[in-house]
Design a protein around this ligand. Sequence first.
Ligand SMILES: [Zn+2]
Length: 184
Amino acid sequence: MEQDQLDECRIAAALYSIGALPDEEKQQFEQRLAGGCPFCTSQLHEYASVAKELALSVPLEQPDPSLRRRLLDRLETVPMNVQARADITLVRADETSWTSLPIPGVEIRPLLGEKTLLVRMQPGSSYPAHEHRYDEQCYVLEGSVVDSFGVTAHAGDFVCMPAGSTHQPIHTDTGCVFLIAYTP
Ligand SMILES: [Zn+2]
């Protein structure tokens, strides 16, 4: 995969994880994290181990012009935390772990890369409004969730929202688990 094919957001997460993101971009990325963007959070989660490894060998105080290239080279070879064969990807039920978002009562669990994940919301929790950078497909697995227009999606219901759309705040009284898939 070439550098220009790597997603801008993915690069930001990777550079952020080693403290190498320029100030302005850093603030934007932190805003997306603070807003609970599941896409950014899962990317950060995914590259944490790479960042840790690189941080041991990189003097972070001194900007290194080769750092970005080296990091991108590493990202291209990061193995996914799954058992993979030529034609199947199997992620066991306990193979990836839940990560808390900076939103009370909301966690995510990556399933495939950073674009397919589970979201778990505790009873009484809410998820703030957010914009979609990709098409967002959502399938409710457990419980129910209601949006600010009063529309409730129950277990078994499917919702799709296009890239560029804004998701109004959602809330769950019962608690819920849903699968999210982002597609370009
Ligand atoms: Zn959304």
